[in-house]
Design a protein around this ligand. Sequence first.
Ligand SMILES: Nc1ncnc2c1ncn2[C@@H]1O[C@H](COP(=O)(O)OP(=O)(O)OP(=O)(O)O)[C@@H](O)[C@H]1O
Length: 462
Amino acid sequence: MAHEILIVDDEDDIREQIAGILEDEGYQTRTAGSGEAALEAVAARLPSLVILDVWLTGSAYDGLQVLDLLKRDHPALQIVMISGHGTVDMAVNATKKGAYDFIAKPFQTDVLLHTIERALNDIKLKRENEALKTLTGGAEAELIGISNAMQEVRKTIDRVANTDSRVMITGPAGAGKSAVARLIHKRSQRDDGPFVVLNCATLDEDNFEAALFGREPNGETARMVGLLEQAHMGTLLLDEVADMPPAVQGKIVRVLHSQRFQRLGGSHWVDVNVRVLATTNRDLQEAMQAGQFREDLYYRLNVVPLTIPPLENRRDDIPLLAEHLMLRSAKSKGRAAQPLSAEAVTALQAHDWPGNVWELANVVERLLLSSQVGEMIKADSVAKAIGEDGVDVLRWERAQEVMNQPLREAREAFEREYLLFHLTRFGGNISRTAEFVEMDRAALHRKLKGLGVHNVLRGGKE
Ligand SMILES: Nc1ncnc2c1ncn2[C@@H]1O[C@H](COP(=O)(O)OP(=O)(O)OP(=O)(O)O)[C@@H](O)[C@H]1O
């Protein structure tokens, strides 16, 4: 995807000259002749980078003030300053205020191009580092699997990744839907743009629209840039899209049609260029029939349907997945990976994995942590690691305690243990737990609160 660069200079011919140079290099450009026009242009649509003249005659704001204002609202925006009267002081001041670099006029074309390239590469690196940091949360774009089902999934990815088609990824919790979405982004020409995830299951209705569309500043709150805008030139994943509140569903249909929207409290239109992918673990046909999911949104999102079967229906994938997850765990824990014996792999293949790859990842991590360095992992350790969740939480002493309580308290104690067990099993993820215990997410939240175990979720993933 071509990067879009905003050029801010009060001199028409310099603006045009820079725009010409950049367009020849394949960049898209926009121009602004004053500080005010620059602020408006950025508010209308976030560019990849801004080239900003320090001296803006006839403007209410000079370049350094514009720099301040842009950095305040968009800390990650890269800004390269230019000036005809560059002094070292000015350059130092600008970089202290957050400018990426400072170029003195008259500048050579290759200096300008090199600086821009460096700035854009830095953005990409930063994003990759962020992705790496969340590696254990599933942010890598790697898809292991040799089963027929996964080969089909991979074929579909190959076919659609490099188009702008919307893809609806369906499958049970932990099957790898987000992993597939990341791979689609990684393989697309939007690869150097952002990959932004909107988790529809965790946002409450009141904050949903602000998170998605952003908010103009008012007396109390600063401007907030929504996820839709953050995904400009990249991909937005609507994770667990069935949980999107009905009012937002209607709004997003319009955005998908027009690629523009208004921030909350705002009146101007923000144009975005975003590819949208969605995941769901619910049957959307059913949700539509129940009046919980809009038909028009369904048809807009379901351009390419892609289904990931549960792990128990593709046991061929388990050996390679286990090995991959072992390496991943070992890396994140700073330990050496431990070899799995053939019997251990067979034992892993025999289990049904209701929590799918998440559960497999948990068990593999437990095997790693409980084994001695260099020790071959055996089948009985696997059986123990799989069963351990239950033994850990529902301990016999506690069961005896429960037996001595009146029914109401015993039931509460059981419910608490039961839900904690499944929450632990699903890494603190409410949506996945709710799906497994067959409860509505909101009802599960209320139940946990009622049982006084809501706090264990703090810091847990949703
Ligand atoms: N085929 C795969 N190859 C490698 N890693 C995988 C694969 N499938 C899943 N994973 C890993 O397993 C974990 C769960 O996968 P992911 O988050 O993509 O599942 P999901 O279906 O989106 O589940 P949920 O919506 O419940 O989070 C992640 O850490 C992911 O990286």
